[in-house]
Write a protein that binds this ligand. Structure first.
Ligand SMILES: N[C@@H](CCC(=O)N[C@@H](CS)C(=O)NCC(=O)O)C(=O)O
Length: 208
């Protein structure tokens, strides 16, 4: 398989970490969404990452679609999420909040860097969405006493939250206040200390 995209993207990183945990080998093409847009377009007309090219040439886009495929490939007993039921729904909700948070943090970065005139309305909205999600995630994580979000084993939710938090902190210094989010800080620190997180990481290179 070929994984296209750089690890400074929280979406690419969460896919790559899941692939490492599953033990799936892949070729990594570190194409930039802006600098390598034409190369990327040949695989994904949206010119977005992550993009995963399967061995038979089929192309998967959107991180949740890619992870759905990888979960199936790994098999239910190894999958980083429950196959069904309440626990699956709850984990997917945490993943949706974390990836939504990452989406808003990316939008905020693009607004700051790519737009000639920054929209205060858009910035205020994204900031409110970011802090609203952080508050909800903090409350949820603080109420759980297990090593990982959903028990003793790592789950997609743990990976999604950790990748989103790293991106928020790098792209928007000052927005994530450790004193306000102690449970999330502890969670991210514990995950970032694990080998796949330490190996699959890249300092943010904002588009120019
Ligand atoms: N919903 C997408 C979001 C992916 C995404 O936003 N990727 C960013 C990089 S962090 C990107 O490709 N940006 C370029 C663009 O949206 O045009 C997913 O989950 O895969």
């Amino acid at each position: 398989m070929i994984l296209i995209g750089q690890y400074d993207s929280p979406f690419v990183r969460r896919v790559a970490i899941a692939m490492r945990l599953y033990g799936f080998a892949y070729e990594h093409r570190t194409w930039s969404t802006f600098g390598d847009a034409d190369k990327l377009a040949a695989y994904n007309p949206l010119r977005r990452v992550p993009t995963l090219v399967l061995d038979d040439g089929e192309v998967l886009i959107e991180s949740f679609v890619i992870l759905d495929y990888l979960d199936e490939l790994a098999g239910a007993s190894k999958a980083l999420i429950a196959r069904s039921g309440d626990i699956r729904r709850k984990a997917l909700k945490v993943c949706a909040l974390a990836t939504g948070l990452a989406d808003k943090a990316v939008s905020l970065l693009y607004e700051r860097i790519l737009h000639k005139e920054i929209s205060d309305v858009w910035v205020a909205r994204c900031r409110a969405q970011v802090s609203g999600v952080l508050d909800v995630l903090e409350q949820d994580r603080a109420a759980r006493k297990t090593p990982y979000w959903f028990g003793d084993a790592i789950n997609h939710a743990d990976i999604a939250v950790t990748c989103a938090l790293r991106f928020v902190r790098e792209a928007h210094p000052g927005v994530f206040d450790e004193a306000r989010y102690p449970a999330l800080t502890a969670h991210a620190n514990a995950c970032e200390a694990l080998p796949p997180f330490k190996e699959i990481v890249q300092v943010l290179i904002p588009p120019s």
